[in-house]
Structures are given as structure tokens and as C-alpha cells.
Design a protein around this ligand. Structure first.
Ligand SMILES: Nc1nc2c(ncn2[C@@H]2O[C@H](COP(=O)(O)OP(=O)(O)OP(=O)(O)O)[C@@H](O)[C@H]2O)c(=O)[nH]1
Ligand SMILES: [Mg+2]
Length: 372
């Protein structure tokens, strides 16, 4: 088990983070009531409107939380049938715009929708039916649910690393994003997405996640909140500081290679399938004095983590180890090696997309053969 120390520092950080970034939200949604019928003339009440969620690029859960937390979101009721209008008007549907990448669960934690493309919709609460002969001309209640919206960012590439490794500096160097960068840990408090633009107009999105700490898999330092965002990425960029990382004065310094083992362990404990994902290792801060000799000491070992576990503290040992598709020594700050990183990202994404395509073509042809 990875050592788990919840310092005062982490608690303070967690509190601050919670205030700033909402990626899970519970909402109370109600379909509109059906309108009453008109027995004398056989009039039918209008159906109640329903509540739908629709994915939209511009929306955030923070905005929704501000607007709707603590209040019921209710669609319009259907109109009663009347002498002048025998068929009551249908209540208006209510479309709530949510960010792309939201999954919606009902109160039993059953998934009711996943909105991954702009314009995707999901019905959250149906409206009640209008009053008619079948229900004594009394309109019925609309559905009522407490739903949970869970946001996972969707990006091609996800960056993982401990605080201060230089992830945001790298995002700035490879994309048009302008993230906050500072020399203290936990500068990035919410996941951020940048886009790498290539000369042929190809675009690849990269998510910069807040720094992890040991124990992230067990949600220390809001680890789940961050790790869940890499679930939907196709390629991992592991960023480590060649000089290692020390969380605070009371924590021990983890060397660069120990950090790689620690990140491996966090990924394995959170979801060991993440270890099968294509991964590029970036050893950062090569511009600093002594960085080259730090690199020389570990360059053989990082290519075969499994065979060099004598460099790994016992608590960081994993069952399986990442095999990096590429390793780059870079300076995010001085933009050394950045073009190679961009090329490598693109080539690997293409290579794995091709592999997946071939696999699905193969399995389709197997199905045909079996049928034939
Ligand atoms: N010398 C040197 N310093 C760097 C390099 N990359 C980043 N830094 C510095 O390292 C510090 C941390 O950089 P960030 O980009 O904020 O690190 P981060 O990984 O995003 O940190 P968190 O957001 O806290 O997880 C800053 O002072 C950067 O200027 C580099 O290549 N060389
Ligand atoms: Mg950062």
C-alpha cells in the first residue's frame, strides 16, 4: 500500500479545490404535471413537459450548480382542457445545457445517459399524461428523480504527474493554452484542456490535470476527481521532474525514478487497465545544472521498470509496470525537445487508432466467417 499521509496542507487544498471546480452534481428534476381533461366534452388535458439534458460546449457544472443546486428543476405542466380548447396544450419541455462528457445516473446509480457529443440529449424526467377517460380526466404527476451528473473530460491525451513537475508549463509550450504556472505545488486546481495545432490543421487535445499525490487512488488530495479525467483519454503523458519531488517539509524526497514507480502504482491501484494505455514518459527540467547526470543514472532503468525494482521502495512496488512507447528528455520551460513531443503524440495516436481499427475489422470478419 502506498503511504497515505493526509497533511494539513492537503486538507486545505481539498477545501479550496471543492469550492472551485464542480465535476459531480446532484439535481432534482421533475416532469410537468399532466393537465386535467374536460369530462363533459371528452376533452383531454395536455401532457406535462419533460426535462432533458443536452450537451453543449460552453456549459460548466459550476454554472449549473450555481443556478440549480437546492431547487427542483420543473418542466411546465400541461394545460387543462377547456370549452374553448378541448385538447389542452402540451407543457413546454425544459432543456438543460450540460458540458460535454457528462454521464447521468438515477438515484439507483443506473446510468440513464452519456452525453459525449455536442447536441447529444438524454431524457431525465418525463411529463405526466393529460387527463382523459382512462384516468378519470385527472392529469397525472410527471416523473421525479434525483439525478447525478458526473463529468469526465474528453481529450485525446491526458497528462499525469506529481505537483510541480512542469505539466502546465508543457501544456503552454505545446498548445495555445495559457495555464497558471508557479513554483509551488498544486498550482493547477482544475483540469484544463489545451489544443495542439499542427501545420496541416490537425488538432489534438491535451488535458492538464492537477498534480497527483501518493494515495491519489484512494482519493487522497482529491485523487479520484483528477484520475477519472484520464479514463477517457487515448494516450497518457507522464511528466516527471528529473530532480524528483518532495510534497512538503515532512515528506521524504522521491527521486525521479521513484516518482515513476509511484505514478505506476497510483494508476494500477486506481484502474489497472490504465497501464495498458499508450504512454509517453517525459523527463523534464533538463536545462537545470546536474540534470544530464540525473538522466544518465536512470536512462537504462526506465526502459525496463520491471527488471529494476531494486530502485523502487517496497511500498511503491506494483504487480505490473508501464512500458513506455516513447521517452523524451525535455525542458518545458526553455522549449527543448517540444517538437519531438508533438510529433511523438501524433504518431502514437495514429498508430493506436490504426491498431484499433484493424482489430475491429478483424473481429467483424470473424463474425462474418462464423455466420457463413
Ligand atoms: N528549470 C525548469 N523549470 C521548469 C520547467 N518546467 C517547469 N518549470 C518550473 O517548475 C515550476 C512548476 O511548473 P508547473 O508547470 O506549474 O508545474 P505543474 O506540474 O503544472 O504543477 P501543479 O499544477 O502544481 O501540478 C514552475 O516554477 C516552472 O517555471 C523546466 O523545463 N525547467
Ligand atoms: Mg499545473
Amino acid at each position: 500500500m502506498v503511504f497515505v499521509t493526509v497533511s494539513h496542507f492537503c486538507k486545505k487544498f481539498t477545501k479550496k479545490y471543492q469550492l472551485r471546480f464542480v465535476d459531480s452534481l446532484r439535481l432534482n428534476v421533475k416532469g410537468g404535471h399532466g393537465g386535467n381533461g374536460y369530462p363533459k366534452y371528452g376533452g383531454i388535458g395536455g401532457q406535462g413537459g419533460c426535462v432533458q439534458f443536452e450537451a453543449n460546449e460552453k456549459n460548466s457544472l459550476n454554472a449549473l450548480a450555481k443556478k440549480y443546486r437546492g431547487i427542483a428543476i420543473k418542466a411546465e405542466s400541461g394545460e387543462d382542457s377547456s370549452k374553448s380548447r378541448i385538447l389542452g396544450r402540451r407543457g413546454e419541455d425544459l432543456k438543460i445545457k450540460v458540458p460535454i462528457g457528462v454521464t447521468i445516473f438515477d438515484e439507483n446509480h443506473t446510468k440513464i445517459g452519456e452525453l459525449n457529443e455536442p447536441g447529444d440529449t438524454c431524457l431525465a424526467a418525463g411529463g405526466g399524461i393529460g387527463g382523459c377517460s382512462g384516468n378519470n380526466f385527472l392529469g397525472t404527476k410527471g416523473q421525479s428523480h434525483v439525478v447525478t451528473l458526473d463529468l469526465k473530460l474528453i481529450a485525446d491525451v491526458g497528462m499525469v504527474g506529481f505537483p510541480n513537475a512542469g505539466k502546465s508549463t508543457l501544456l503552454k509550450a505545446i498548445s495555445r493554452a495559457n495555464p497558471k504556472i508557479a513554483s509551488y505545488p498544486f498550482t493547477t486546481l482544475r483540469p484544463q484542456i489545451g489544443t495542439i495545432g499542427y501545420s496541416d490543421y490537425r488538432q489534438i487535445t491535451v488535458a492538464d490535470l492537477p498534480g497527483l499525490i501518493e494515495g491519489a487512488h484512494a482519493n487522497i488530495g482529491m485523487g479520484h476527481k483528477f484520475l477519472k479525467h484520464i479514463e477517457r483519454t487515448k494516450l497518457l503523458l507522464m511528466v516527471v521532474d528529473l530532480f524528483g519531488f518532495k510534497l512538503s517539509a515532512v515528506h521524504r524526497l522521491r527521486t525521479c525514478i521513484q516518482n515513476i514507480y509511484a505514478l505506476n502504482k497510483e494508476l494500477e491501484l486506481y484502474d489497472n487497465e490504465l497501464l495498458d494505455r499508450p504512454c509517453i514518459l517525459l523527463l523534464n527540467k533538463i536545462d537545470e545544472d546536474g540534470a544530464q547526470s540525473e538522466y544518465d543514472q536512470i536512462k537504462e532503468k526506465i526502459l525496463d521498470l520491471k527488471s529494476h525494482t531494486n530502485d523502487c521502495p517496497e511500498e511503491l512496488l506494483s504487480e505490473r509496470y508501464l512500458e513506455f512507447d516513447d521517452v523524451h528528455v525535455i525542458s518545458a520551460k526553455n522549449e527543448i525537445g517540444i517538437d519531438n513531443v508533438k510529433t511523438s503524440i501524433r504518431e502514437l495516436l495514429d498508430k493506436y487508432a490504426e491498431k484499433t481499427e484493424n482489430l475491429s475489422t478483424d473481429s467483424n470478419s470473424n463474425i462474418k466467417e462464423n455466420c457463413g
